[in-house]
Design a protein around this ligand. Structure first.
Ligand SMILES: Cc1cc2nc3c(=O)[nH]c(=O)nc-3n(C[C@H](O)[C@H](O)[C@H](O)COP(=O)(O)O)c2cc1C
Length: 185
């Protein structure tokens, strides 16, 4: 069974990115196990640049609410990043989480693990009408996945989604995501 770590980065429960991400996962209900993490409800802090993961190569030493997410990442096959576009980039909690991925860039020491080979999928929604608004987010996603040797398995960034429930009314987008999820997972 495929294992997916779903990172929900919007403070809106059931908002656009969550609706889009769930559509992606909907066709693999029987074939994939999904660990869902709603970052807004989790208690975790930012990277303190202590360099312990650099020098020791182990997992992050901060003892906080990210432990279950780190555990999920360890044996996941795919990581789905669902972030609304905030100021042309990640939402705050997703950016903070990316900072806490630093140990995976130095995972070549005993006891460490990396994200190498895992599939990475991006789902995002923006209020803007121009697709170019995603340039910064896509740059960050691609470069970060490349650095961590993850395989990008899908990028789904949709414009024109501003109101809370707008994605649920866009049946063509939901269908596109359902089909994509079926082929990726
Ligand atoms: C703090 C904040 C910053 C935002 N920045 C942008 C932006 O830079 N570009 C854009 O097109 N939309 C921006 N938006 C709109 C959201 O991306 C949009 O409403 C999206 O559909 C929210 O997804 P969600 O329902 O999953 O939270 C912003 C919204 C908020 C609350």
């Amino acid at each position: 069974m495929t294992k997916v770590t779903l990172i929900l980065g919007s403070p809106r429960k059931g908002g656009n990115t969550e609706t889009l991400a769930e559509a992606f996962l909907s066709s693999s209900e029987k074939t994939a196990r999904v660990d869902r993490f709603r970052l807004q409800e989790m208690d975790f802090s930012g990277c303190t640049d202590c360099r312990q993961c650099w020098s020791q190569g182990g997992p992050c030493v901060i003892e906080d609410g990210l432990k279950p997410l780190y555990a999920s990442l360890k044996d996941s096959d795919a990581i789905l990043f669902a972030s609304p576009l905030y100021w042309y980039s990640w939402s705050g909690p997703v950016k903070t989480l990316w900072d806490r991925f630093l140990p995976f860039a130095y995972g070549d020491k005993p006891g460490a693990f990396t994200l190498e080979g895992k599939k990475a999928i991006l789902v995002s929604a923006a209020g803007d009408a121009e697709g170019s608004c995603f340039q910064g987010l896509l740059f960050s996603f691609r470069r970060s996945c490349s650095l961590l040797k993850m395989t990008i398995a899908g990028e789904f960034c949709f414009t024109g989604l501003h109101g809370r429930d707008e994605a649920s009314k866009r049946s063509e987008l939901l269908q596109k995501l359902r089909l994509a999820g079926q082929s990726v997972l």
